[in-house]
Design a protein around this ligand. Structure first.
Ligand code: NAP
Length: 329
């Protein structure tokens, strides 16, 4: 803290971007404080550590020739940040009042009602899973009725064993979740709205090579059936508009993510058309002096653990230079 009880740097978020920013900032003696957030259902799980906490193997982060699980990776990132003196607080930042004047600190309000002041802030809150938005989908997701946005979290439950299951989506997440489910489901249907997958070839191949894998092309889910637990889905063909019923005992939604920016509402921060924090150049500067952003919350293109970590590094270096330029030491 500086003399006025104001932190030099607060980092909001605890995925690869947040922890990498903390490692760099702590080594630069900025005494960073990381607000890691609290676990919640939204209606699916949102955990400190972010999306990697809901991932099995990470195989494409350099330095791990045999892969590493997402949660283990985040645990090690945190340990590395703490080794250099990062402070970790298990609360959400619920609301912000950003200052427009360097020297006048930003004011952050935690979910516990604590007021936190900081000269510089790095936003690294990542993104949360999207839902189709059907009333019965949301109802069964909230009540544990067999609808989930995280196969890795929920897929191994006994109710899904040897049952037909469906995954909605055609990206890498859908392939990853569907491949995981083939280990215990009788059949895994991937329901995709087009006739080609968006996922990388290796992830497609991994799923399609399983004997119990099926893709239903040009289909969207228009209703989820079942009272207390799911009994099936109503599909609509995107070409013929024909409707058909598919019996499944589990439905996993993997249709992308939305940046976690709700707490930044009315903050004066600029966003892109798609709702990501807008960066001024190829660095981490936002439109507000002393406020930087890194990782999936500000990245609508790449959204990889390794790119998020790189952005976290950039944000810490930018914050360090900005603080020095404004005489905060
Ligand atoms: P994504 O790449 O944006 O894919 C979302 C998929 O959901 C797309 O196929 C999209 O269809 C479909 N979709 C979107 N809205 C829909 C709706 N309302 N109804 C039906 N379908 C809908 O998202 P992601 O798969 O979560 O991946 C995000 C990023 O993380 C990507 O960069 C990905 O490479 C990365 N990732 C990597 C790995 C890995 O390498 N191990 C694992 C997971 C994720 P369209 O194709 O028609 O748009």
């Amino acid at each position: 803290m500086t003399a006025s009880d104001t932190h030099k740097l607060v980092i909001i978020g605890s995925g690869p971007a947040g922890w990498t920013a903390a490692i760099y900032a702590a080594r630069a003696q900025l005494e960073p404080v990381v607000y890691v957030g609290v676990p919640k259902q939204d209606p699916g799980p949102v955990l400190p550590g972010g999306q990697l906490m809901l991932t099995t193997e990470v195989e494409n982060y350099p330095g791990f020739p045999h892969g590493v699980t997402g949660p283990k990776m985040m645990e090690d990132f945190q340990k590395q940040a703490e080794r250099f003196g990062t402070r970790v607080i298990g609360e959400d930042i619920a609301r912000v009042e950003f200052s427009r004047t360097p020297g006048v600190p930003h004011v952050l309000h935690t979910s516990e009602g604590v007021v936190v002041k900081a000269h510089a802030v790095i936003i690294a809150t990542g993104a949360v899973a999207n839902w189709i938005g059907l009333p019965n989908e949301m109802r069964l997701a909230r009540t544990g009725g067999g609808v989930s946005a995280c196969a890795v979290c929920d897929g191994a439950l006994p109710g899904f064993r040897n049952q037909p299951l469906a995954v909605v989506g055609g990206g890498d997440t859908a392939m990853e979740e569907a491949s995981y489910l083939t280990k215990f489901a009788s059949t895994v249907y991937v329901i995709h709205r087009r006739d080609t997958l968006r996922a990388s070839k290796i992830m497609q191949q991994r799923f399609l090579s399983r004997p119990n894998a099926k893709v239903l092309w040009n289909k969207v889910v228009v209703d989820v059936l079942g009272d207390e637990v799911i009994s099936g889905v109503m599909l609509e063909d995107t070409v013929t508009q024909e409707r058909s019923r598919l019996d499944v005992r589990g439905l996993f939604i993997a249709i992308g993510h939305t940046p976690a920016t709700r707490f930044l509402k009315d903050s004066g921060l600029e966003f892109t058309e798609k709702g990501y924090v807008a960066l001024k150049r190829r660095d981490s500067y936002t439109n507000i002096p002393g406020v930087f952003a890194a990782g999936d919350v500000a990245d609508e293109h790449y959204r990889q653990a390794v790119t998020a970590a790189g952005m976290g590094c950039t944000a810490a270096l930018d914050a360090e230079r900005w603080l020095a330029a404004h005489n905060v030491h």
